[in-house]
Design a protein around this ligand. Structure first.
Ligand code: DNO
Length: 356
């Protein structure tokens, strides 16, 4: 596996490439072009400039998170084919730039959803947290303003103020879209892009819906083993794969994470590994990566990745805010560096004990 950190780009991230380069064992970053609009093709010179900047810092661009999917593609709107053609152009250019993994999601309206961005823990750190009760009590249009003041002055992807200003319209757009329609629209999209993925060996890695159930009555399909295997079969091409995100699938305690990983052999193209601490099945917070700080057995998760021969990029995921750092919630330097180091330690032990 290749240990990476997500990096939002100069001017967008509080963390620098130089800092990332100094985390032991981190060899690459996962990044994106932030000033792009879903539905439009990415410009080649911008892709190359981003890549050159990362390489000048001694790191590699191991993949893109995300090339976002437009609402027209997700809802089969009037511009669907035009947007897919542009997506194909973006993939072509990424392939030509020697970038071979693309993470994306197919979540309607909201990307990941948390109800608190700075829940205080006993040790004084703050973390992202979710309670179903808070979601049930809030009008979706007020969701953004309820968390906006905790963003530490950053813009969180998926929660861009311009997009959130249109939440009402977005709900309108999805009002006739149910799970089956969403599956069908995803299939249409994947079938259209597979030829270019095959040509340039681009591994598509769908990110799960987070939390792994419907919020605000919106359809959510990438939530469990049954649905993800259905998706793999629906377009049965090795380039149609997944981002295995333990913290997202793990929101539903019925999901057996190591078993899911094993069932996806050959199709896990990217891994987000983090831990959650549950207070009840619908009240959880994002703990430190360490097994004993949360609910998941991180050794078993890493072992399952090892057992399926996972060799793609992996990243520690959301970290706690510690040591007075001020950064994008979940995406500070310190706790993610601790996470990367811990995951590297687990991996080294697994590799060595399997050689004996
Ligand atoms: C949250 C992230 C997600 C992810 C997208 C992929 O922190 O893991 O926002 O990047 O869903 O498109």
């Amino acid at each position: 596996m290749k240990m990476t950190l997500r990096w939002y780009g100069t001017g967008h991230d509080t963390v620098t490439l130089k800092q990332i380069r100094q985390i032991p064992g981190v060899t690459g970053v996962i990044t994106t072009l932030y000033d792009t609009v879903p539905g439009e093709a990415w410009e080649m010179d911008k892709i190359l400039a981003m890549k050159a900047e990362v390489e000048a810092a001694g790191l590699k661009v191991e993949g893109i998170e995300s090339v976002n999917i437009s609402d027209d593609i997700k809802t089969a709107g009037p511009k669907r084919d035009e947007h897919i053609a542009n997506y194909i152009t973006t993939l072509e250019r990424l392939g030509q730039a020697d970038i071979h993994m693309v993470c994306y999601n197919f979540m309607p309206v909201f990307d990941w959803t948390r109800t608190e961005l700075a829940r205080k823990r006993a040790d004084g750190s703050t973390v992202l947290a979710y309670t179903q009760e808070a979601v049930d009590a809030i009008n979706p249009e007020d969701m953004f303003s309820s968390i906006a003041s905790d963003m530490n002055g950053t813009v969180m992807p998926g929660w861009e103020p311009e997009r959130m200003a249109k939440v009402k319209e977005l709900f309108e757009l999805y009002k006739d879209v149910d799970d089956e329609t969403l599956f069908a629209n995803l299939k249409y999209f994947l079938e259209a892009i597979m030829p270019v993925c095959n040509k340039y060996d681009i591994k598509m890695a769908i990110h799960p819906d987070d939390p792994a159930w419907s919020v605000f009555g919106l359809p959510r399909i990438i939530i469990n083993k049954e649905n993800i295997l259905r998706m793999m079969k629906m377009v049965d091409d090795p380039h149609n794969g997944v981002t295995f995100c333990s913290g997202s699938y793990g929101t539903n305690l019925n999901n057996d994470l190591p078993d899911m990983i094993r069932s996806l052999k050959g199709r896990v193209h990217f891994a987000h590994v983090r831990n959650l601490k549950f207070h009840s099945p619908t009240n959880f917070e994002e703990s430190a990566h360490l097994s004993s700080d949360g609910t998941f057995d991180m050794y078993e998760i890493m072992k399952a990745l090892y057992d399926i021969g996972f060799d793609g990029p992996i990243r520690p995921d959301h970290g706690r805010m510690i040591w007075d750092e001020v950064a994008m919630p979940g995406y500070g330097l310190y706790d993610r560096a601790l996470g990367a180091t811990y995951l590297n330690g687990l991996w080294e032990a697994i590799v060595k004990s399997n050689k004996k």
